[in-house]
Design a protein around this ligand. Structure first.
Ligand code: FUL
Length: 478
């Protein structure tokens, strides 16, 4: 299941306004000097939908479907759906549980690779309408969408392009028509959709053939019906971080090179939609450093999403009740995902009864307590600060003990920091306690606890002047 999700897919990048300062992509011209490229990169900004999404920090996946009942991870589409009847299902319990834990948006697997639809699709018999659930009148996509509205939580859908049930799967035209019909249902009947998630799996159909996915048609349909929705990860707005371990990269640029320009060069600065094939491997250590951007043809705001499951599997398996990640593990994941300039997409799979299990609820609650106890109080508050260029010197007034540094850039103005250091004053000298490369939306660094009354933060290298929006010191809750 760990494979590259979005290689060789076309991307569709949208312009925001006529000003070069407010676009989420920019073309690099052959005549551009390195300085000009850096300046261009520094001025690429997120589209409003990307900015909203990044500010969420915490989002949830609900993997639920026929696999929940069969105990499989990848169903083959031949499952007997007549036994699908999660009679106690309570989508409000799902959404409330994750909202209470701090999550701001959820994504439901409306259809996974087995092709079973959690909504009564008109275009297939392999759906909830042919199960005993609510006498064939159930619609779990609707239940989740309504719960999200009730709790004011964002709502997203996962629709697997790979469909192991649909007889037309190997036929490109027929299958794309079916897929567009399904997308239309999901985007028309459930109110506002905030995220559409396409997996990269593309297996063979019953005729031994793979269809070619008409991604750009799908993207256009989404833009038309739900323009505010981000399209992830086989999509133009949100990039897969490249691993399902919960660990993002230490140097994480949201501005990265995007393939060769396929449209004519006259598309430069055009206000029309333009498409790109993505470029190469998106799993390297540093996708957007200076050495990468100077060779690029186009740079785009294409931020990372870190998807990881709270359990070993994506779907619920009773045998994994004892393997739910601990609050400490979730805390570490927060540091290595949100704290590394990405959004966390944590999978919390409801069980066979249609409820989030007690084991998962317990760990989420304890993690939330730790989060609040750690980040509830910035130890720099109340201190005085002297700012000299890109150095902030804090006088904390009295010695305080801390082991976490938080930095944030105002990414609505771009991502710019390339290198930073943090030092404390001890025995008449500055001693380094943390350093790093990129910041972006948020950078968190943990270190051995330090007690000091004076601290300074220095931006040592950046693309133009960075816009630092927050500096924090915290003490991790035990
Ligand atoms: C993968 C899928 O194959 C898994 O089953 C899961 O849905 C994960 C989020 O994406 O590619």
């Amino acid at each position: 299941m760990k494979y590259l999700k979005h290689l060789s897919l076309p991307l569709l990048i949208y312009t925001l306004s006529a000003s070069a300062q407010t676009k989420n992509f920019v073309h690099i011209l052959p005549a551009d000097t390195e300085k000009e490229v850096i300046q261009k990169a520094a001025n690429v900004v997120p589209a409003p939908r990307q900015l909203r999404w990044q500010n969420l920090e915490l989002t949830t996946f609900f993997h639920f479907g026929v696999n929940t009942m069969s105990g499989r991870e990848w169903g083959d589409g031949k499952e007997d759906i007549s036994t699908f009847n999660p009679a106690e299902l309570d989508a409000k319990q799902w959404v409330k549980t994750v909202k209470d834990a701090g999550f701001k948006q959820v994504i439901i697997t409306a259809k996974h690779h087995d092709g079973f639809c959690l909504w009564p699709s008109k275009y297939t018999e392999h759906s909830i309408k042919n199960t005993p659930y609510k006498g064939g009148k159930g619609d779990i996509v609707k239940e989740v969408a309504e719960a999200c509205k009730l709790y004011n939580v964002g709502f997203g859908v996962y629709l697997s392009p790979w469909d192991r049930n649909n007889a037309d799967y190997g036929d490109t035209e027929k299958y794309n028509k079916y897929f567009m019909e399904q997308l239309t249902e999901l985007l028309s009947n459930y109110g506002k959709v905030d995220e559409v998630w396409f997996d990269g799996a593309n297996g063979e159909g019953p005729n031994g053939k793979k269809p070619t996915y008409h991604f750009e048609d799908w993207y256009r349909l989404i833009r038309k019906l739900q323009p505010q929705a981000v399209i992830a990860v086989s999509g133009p707005d949100v990039r897969w971080v490249g691993t399902e371990s919960g660990k993002g990269r230490l140097t994480e640029w949201s501005v990265v090179p995007i393939g060769q320009q396929t449209n004519t060069s006259t598309a430069q600065n055009s206000q029309k939609d333009i498409s790109f094939p993505p470029q190469g491997d998106m799993t390297g250590d540093d996708l957007g450093g200076r050495d990468k951007i100077v060779k690029a043809k186009t740079l785009a705001w294409y931020p990372a999403e870190t998807d990881v499951s709270i359990r070993p599997g994506w779907f619920y398996h009773a045998a994994e009740d004892s393997k739910v990640k601990t609050p400490e593990e979730l805390m570490n994941i927060y540091f290595t995902s949100v704290g590394r300039n990405s959004v966390l997409l944590l999978n919390i799979p409801p069980n066979k009864q249609g409820l989030i299990s007690e084991s998962d609820q317990k760990t989420l609650k304890e993690w939330k307590q730790k989060m609040d106890a750690t980040f509830g109080h910035n130890l720099l508050s109340g201190s005085s600060v002297k700012k000299n260029g890109m150095t902030w010197e804090y006088d904390l007034k009295q010695a305080k003990t801390f082991d976490v540094l938080a930095l944030q850039e105002d990414i609505s103005k771009g991502q710019r920091v390339e290198k930073f250091t943090a030092e404390y004053w001890n025995n008449n000298q500055w001693i380094k306690f943390a350093e790093g490369t990129t910041v972006g939306y948020k950078r968190l660094i943990k270190f051995e606890a330090i007690t000091a009354a004076k601290v300074r933060i220095r931006i040592e290298s950046s693309r133009l002047t960075p816009n630092i929006s927050n500096i924090g010191l915290y003490k991790l809750a035990q």
